[in-house]
Design a protein around this ligand. Structure first.
Ligand code: APR
Length: 273
């Protein structure tokens, strides 16, 4: 069923213009236009890599025992897509909404740091952030410069011979305390981050913009459900599937990078009236 785009955009802008507390919830589809593959679309990451292997510590260790070629392949994919990735028009539209004082926070499942780079300041990253590291010794968290990290990953990917754990550890950033650190991303089987804060945000919302997610993974997928439980209207943007939007919500069958700028434009027109 093709939505009537102008009508849906106008309805979404109307709802947002009257909202008191808007919270954003995003998934991988938000970054598709930045060149980062989603997980479950055809040809997505989980079509090419097994999450049980790639997304778990055990999987990484078993790759190492086989010489590490698979790890180098995954790192090449990360460097390729994350290296060129910049905030797209959808990210920038969300940053604009924050500047207009229209949104309370962004809750994202994405680890690509693009919401922060676009300019959103209150961002809850339930699956962590690839450019933030956590010291295994003192637990301190610290951000790593994008180009510095990508350079280190390139070194690992381009190395010759069998890849060892030491070979990886000596290339990833050390904590100021000298401790070994790891990317502050949530692997399968590990607990998510900032879930309580995200649920609190959902409970405070009267409108939740749900952008680019299949809702396939819990507990993250609880967030829009909690917003609805709190009485929020959901505005869902997804070009192929309606996951959360119900009868009195708004569903926009479009890419986030196209729909979000149109919504911001419509909102500005309403504000000028
Ligand atoms: N704009 C908006 N939505 C899009 C776009 C786009 N340009 N392109 C694809 N989509 C939609 C797809 O239709 C799909 O519903 O984005 C969704 C992407 O779904 P997934 O690939 O499952 O990504 P996500 O929902 O973020 O997955 C959740 O699963 O494997 C874990 O940790 C991983 O954070 C991820 C979590």
């Amino acid at each position: 069923m093709k939505t009537n785009l102008p009508e849906a955009i106008n309805k979404a802008a109307e709802i947002l213009s009257r909202a008191k507390s808007v919270v954003i919830f995003t998934g991988a589809g938000m970054s598709a236009e930045s060149g980062i593959a989603t997980f479950r679309d055809p040809g997505g990451l989980w079509d090419r890599f097994d999450p049980e292997e790639v997304g778990t510590a055990e999987g990484i260790m078993s790759f190492l025992s086989e010489g590490g070629d698979k790890i180098r392949e995954i790192i090449r994919e990360v460097v390729e897509s994350f290296g060129a990735a910049r905030p797209n028009a959808g990210h920038l539209a969300l940053a604009e909404l924050e500047k207009m004082g229209l949104i309370r926070s962004v809750i994202t499942q994405n680890i690509d740091n693009l919401h922060r780079e676009a300019g959103n300041t209150k961002v809850f990253e339930v699956h962590g952030n690839l450019f933030r590291f956590r010291c295994l010794n003192c637990e301190k968290k610290f951000f790593v410069d994008r180009e510095d990290l990508l350079g280190r990953l390139r070194d690992i990917a381009q190395g010759a011979g069998p890849l060892s754990l030491e070979g990886i550890l000596e290339r990833i950033p050390r904590c100021a305390c000298g401790g070994v650190s790891r990317p502050d991303v949530v692997m399968f089987g590990e607990s998510v981050q900032e879930l309580d804060e995200s649920i609190f945000e959902a409970h405070q919302s009267d409108v939740m913009l749900v952008l680019g997610t299949s809702g396939a993974v819990y507990p993250a997928a609880m967030v829009p459900q909690q917003a609805r439980k709190a009485g929020a209207i959901l505005i869902e943007v997804n070009p192929t599937e309606k996951v959360f939007a119900a009868e009195n919500d708004v569903y926009i069958r479009e890419k986030a990078a196209i729909a979000m700028p149109l919504i911001v434009e419509e909102l500005k027109k309403k504000k000028r009236k």
